[in-house]
Design a protein around this ligand. Sequence first.
Ligand SMILES: Nc1ncnc2c1ncn2[C@@H]1O[C@H](COP(=O)(O)OP(=O)(O)OP(=O)(O)O)[C@@H](O)[C@H]1O
Ligand SMILES: [Mg+2]
Length: 247
Amino acid sequence: MIQIKSLAKSFRSTRVLQDVNLTIPDGESLVIIGRSGCGKSVLLKHIIGLLKPDAGEVVIDGVDIVPLNERQLAPVRQQFGMLFQGAALFDSMTVAENIAFALERLRLTPKEVARRVAESLEIVGLAGTQEKMPAELSGGMKKRVALARAVVGNPKVLLFDEPTTGLDPITADSINNLILDLCERFAVTSIAVTHDMVSAYKIADRIAMLHEGRIHATGTPEEIQAAADPVVDKFIHGRAEAKDDGH
Ligand SMILES: Nc1ncnc2c1ncn2[C@@H]1O[C@H](COP(=O)(O)OP(=O)(O)OP(=O)(O)O)[C@@H](O)[C@H]1O
Ligand SMILES: [Mg+2]
């Protein structure tokens, strides 16, 4: 179980997270939605200790990871697989090397690494692409490689930052199906951040909306879709407020 308690984070004068409280039970697929710049990626980075909060706790299976140093965080991070925003592959490394990077800490034999890389590529439908370079891949294929890298270490928790942004609707849907499939197959907990509502409705057990540094609303996709709350309603129907619609 992951518990985020009273999390606050500012960058210089900008207060991004004010008071975030969220509990994610094991096995849940949570989707975090919210406007661009509201702090979704920042929140996700706190969950694996890539950022330290100014206040609050991130409790993973009973342990607050906020005070842990890099060395103490390593075994915690090993339980996570993360798809970073923009896929973020290393351009100078092959597909296989990009995926194997996530296994570095495990000190496996080259043969075992190769076996796991091949297996994860098969899972994402890219079997046999080990020697390709990222530049040779389409955007959708890069996301798949990044997904393979996220799952190769057999994580208990998968974090996805904008898994479908920048993809055409059909490719996005295939990535959503892949995420659903991965979550089911590995019985993982997943936390996805997106502003793509089609994707959110499809993959979420529960949706949480981040707004002005707090979790403004949570609910099942049906509950969020039917929400009368004006902030949620505006967001999910893509209506800009008068002050920022360019007029
Ligand atoms: N390392 C950092 N240093 C300074 N400011 C940062 C840093 N990371 C994020 N920010 C700021 O925090 C705010 C939230 O950023 P974040 O990337 O979490 O937004 P987001 O909700 O993920 O947006 P998007 O939907 O566009 O990805 C932004 O104002 C951003 O400029
Ligand atoms: Mg982001």
